[in-house]
Write a protein that binds this ligand. Sequence first.
Ligand code: MRU
Length: 354
Amino acid sequence: MRIKTVEIRPDAVVLIDQLALPGEERYVTCTTWREVAKAIRDMTVRGAPAIGVAAAGALALAAREAAFSHAGDRVGFDAALDEAAAGLAQTRPTAVNLSWAIGELRALWQRCEASPQECWLTLLARAREIHDDDIRRCYAIGAFGAALFAAGDTILTHCNAGALATAGYGTALGVIRACHERYDGAVSVFVDETRPWLQGARLTAWELSVEGIEYWLISDSMAGHFIARGEVDGIVVGADRIAANGDTANKIGTYTLSVLAKEHSLPFYVAAPLSTVDLAVAGGADIPIEERSADEVTHFRGLRVAPVGANARHPAFDITPQGNISAIITEAGVLRPPYDKALRRACGAARRAS
Ligand code: MRU
């Protein structure tokens, strides 16, 4: 089954509703950029590449609206797009794919000398290209990543870096999908439930069930137990932003896993497209970490799980230092330390090829 996470239509961005999964598979149709921004903010769509693709579709919607309301007024058209870009950029701060996608489209409308109507069509075409390109990148990541594992391996993953977090197929889950295909199903997965949003329990487990890939759902605190018993052969996770030195922001709890991997000499892989690399940021300390509402820790789906008045914190991401990462799996191949050189070379080659 092909999971349609984000569909970019001329008049709408259609999203699978990730708040309703796994109970219900339903779709949300956004006809304005503001509706897409709301969907990114409330996590109807989530996952770094997926929110980048959704933001690209949202800007195409903004351009459509502005092409009608500012048909002969280029200044008004540009101002409307600037407003949409700023609104979208504010939705979630950590995943760089969001600002990357906005930058890609901004470069186009700033260069576009045609009528607003034609500029809109150019932006729509680029947004769709970003969508399709993301799927191709995921397949390449999967193929490179599968070569790092062997038949019979058990892989641990955290959060959801699957088809639902991308335009399709997934990054970390793309590697697991590719292992499943390459080793005739002889691969199994430990899925961290990923408190507090339960992306592992709700979304990764759903994707693996749909694919028929064998998995065990575990609570985050069980990972060390299974690793210490030798039941895990490697860990693969996604990324929200990779700094120039290789330090990586990903879902809260990823850093803990990387420490466990190091302690037990286990390979720890980050799988991400090069659009997740931010060479403008030197190291992890400079990556903005989204702090979400503490209510998401004290409550689950409206049900209070902590005493009234409990203080809580909710950083949505943490930083895994580059020294804990065995390799970064990208669409351009498997990058090994020293990451500063490897990332600069890979991003430079990708820029020259585009
Ligand atoms: O808060 P989320 O669900 O958007 O966080 C998602 C993650 O941390 C993923 O691991 C990351 O975005 C990579 S998705 C291919």
